[in-house]
Design a binder for this molecule. Structure first.
Ligand code: ATP
Ligand code: MG
Length: 132
């Protein structure tokens, strides 16, 4: 059994998609073992997106992540890290298939609705970062 860090981004909360997305995660068979609504600050965003600080879209990404609360979750299940990435669809929403969360709900490269850890190392760090 594996744990992954999943975060519904501010557009998901603003568009009232939380219930829909959580229900997809539950229907798949994963357990949500911890969850909370939280407001991020610039420091935690910079840590979380340290690999993107030099990108020209970083200011837009930061403003997006500051635009409202996120819903942070620890999701548990067999191969949950890869499984959740599959359920979410790829980062590039234009490549995300219908049936995936990003494929069904996102139309913008930045405003892509959901985050999920991309490796066991990232999952461990991100769970600590957001849940202490
Ligand atoms: P996340 O870490 O949020 O789950 P990801 O791992 O699929 O996404 P990353 O490469 O880590 O993708 O990018 C982090 C976030 O930065 C993306 O989810 C998206 O919101 C934004 N982003 C990534 N690439 C671009 C881009 N080319 N243009 C605009 N925004 C982008
Ligand atoms: Mg990422």
């Amino acid at each position: 059994v594996e744990q992954t860090y999943i975060m519904l981004k501010p557009d998901a909360i603003q568009r009232q998609l939380m219930g829909e997305i959580i229900s997809r995660i539950e229907r798949k068979g994963y357990q949500i073992v911890q969850a909370k609504l939280m407001d991020l600050d610039s420091e935690i965003i910079a840590n979380h997106y340290a690999h993107l600080l030099e990108q020209n879209f970083y200011p837009k990404l930061e403003a997006y992540m500051l635009s409202g609360p996120v819903f942070a979750m620890i999701v548990e299940g067999e191969e949950a890290i890869q499984g959740m990435r599959t359920l979410m669809g790829p980062t590039n929403v234009f490549e995300a298939m219908p049936g995936t969360i990003r494929g069904d709900f996102a139309t913008d490269l930045t405003y892509n609705t959901i985050h999920g850890s991309d490796s066991p190392e990232a999952a461990e760090i991100e769970i600590k970062r957001f849940f202490g």
